[in-house]
Design a protein around this ligand. Sequence first.
Ligand code: HEC
Length: 129
Amino acid sequence: MRTLSACAARTESRPGAAARRAAAIIVAVVLACAGLTAAAQTGAASAGDEGKQIFLQGAQPSCAVCHTLADAGSTGNIGPNLDELKADATRVRRAVKEGIGNMPPFGATLSDAQIDAVSRYVARAAGGG
Ligand code: HEC
């Protein structure tokens, strides 16, 4: 009797567990979508934060690996020091989109909106306008 009821309990718990897993997946998907929407909205509201995020993490490899930019706390020295270069957004955009010298192009991995956000961020953070 005891074995039987334990079995019954296990059988009952299986669909429950599956449902919980399904629920967890749905929650994860919903959260991921909400996160994306929030990021898109933040981007529209303040390109600075999104641009900084792309500078530090979104771009692969990240700009921070190769460039020094005080506002982002980065100290890379493979490329020019962006605080000193003070490039305007148009110049940053060209370098990011097409690449320049040993810097790889990001035109295929970042969207135009992301390139625009990171370019405006770098120009503003470095005081290049
Ligand atoms: C793998 C290293 C590397 C990464 C990653 C990298 N850069 Fe560069 N970057 C360079 C190098 C090297 C140069 C100098 C190229 C030259 O003038 O020959 C450069 C040049 C630049 C310039 C100056 C362009 C000009 O007109 O003189 C800007 C602005 C710039 N990078 C911004 C960025 C931003 C923003 C990112 C991220 C989206 C980034 N870089 C990612 C290496 C890198």
